[in-house]
Design a protein around this ligand. Sequence first.
Ligand code: NAI
Length: 355
Amino acid sequence: MARPDKEYKRNMSSIEIPVIAGDGIGPEITSAVLKIVDAAVRSTSLQLEWIPVVAGLSALEQGSELIPQRTMDEIARCGVALKGPCTTPVGEGFTSINVKLRKAFNLYAAVRPVRSMPGVETRYQNVDLIIIRENTEGLYSGVENEVTPGVVMSMKVASKAACQRIATWAFRFANRRGREKVTVLHKANIMKMTDGLFLKCASDVHANDYPNLAFESTIIDAGCMKLVQDPSQFDVLLLENLYGDVISDLCAGLVGGLGVVPGANIGEDLSIFEAVHGSAPDIAGRNIANPLALLMSSVMMLNFLAETRQLPELAESAELIRRSYDACMIHGEKTRDLGGELGTAEFADAVIARL
Ligand code: NAI
């Protein structure tokens, strides 16, 4: 895929952003988030042009494929997207939408900042972790087969190129952000080849290119115990695909739950921003879902656009949103999952009132 930076710069006053509202709670949290972001960006000379595209159950319901070609084309054309959570039907031969998007656009680095929030009481008040997950390989290779009736197999894939790429990305990120330590959580004692390769690549990148940063590796089961005992001992966590998925939710539990953990899926040519959580069908359509994780993802997106397209106004809008939701938390203007009483739409109004 060609790098389309020049095309983006042609029209810098209006920025096109495809939006997948998603399934379950997706439409309600996405609508809340777009309202807030529009209100924040309004004071700049820029305008965001949201392009609605579909994926997931909502696409199937419209008679399209799980990810219609138009959705892929618009994301490729714009180089960025904001994505609500999508439901992938279990079984029935459907590939996960997320896995497909990440593979199709080579979004190899998932970045998930996990931080204690002001005004959100949890067991710890000092959590400040960045999870970096390899997003394209491991057990998400999608290679599964039936070896013989009653015996099925799923293939865990690790390539040197992908392991080196994510390790390099993680150390460069840590270095640029002034972080001090990168920890690999792994199971190389059992999966000596796959996890062994992941660990070796991280260790080599550290030794060759970033000896200024601290580096450690911990077997993932012990790492889970250490995370829940004292998360402040970790800084940047580097994990292969499945471990990154699981540890993201574990870490969300340290800071108030899935409602407060954003994410970005980063590739060479484009990036897709989405919350860590799923479509939460158990609470869908009731105006009780927390839009904050998607809002935080949109803040990451604005900062990304500010940096990659030299649009500093968007970094100011991002900061405005961040200060406003922090103020909401401090003043108890929260959704139910965080102990508050506001609905999804009322929370959006509260953030807008504080912009
Ligand atoms: P989930 O993250 O949707 O829900 C887990 C629990 O957290 C539920 O009790 C839910 O109510 C709660 N929760 C999640 N987000 C919340 C929010 N914003 N506010 C308040 N509470 C929230 O995970 P689950 O139930 O395992 O998956 C449901 C569906 O989502 C599945 O079809 C799965 O494939 C899909 N999924 C999609 C993802 C994506 O599109 N990025 C990521 C993870 C799951």
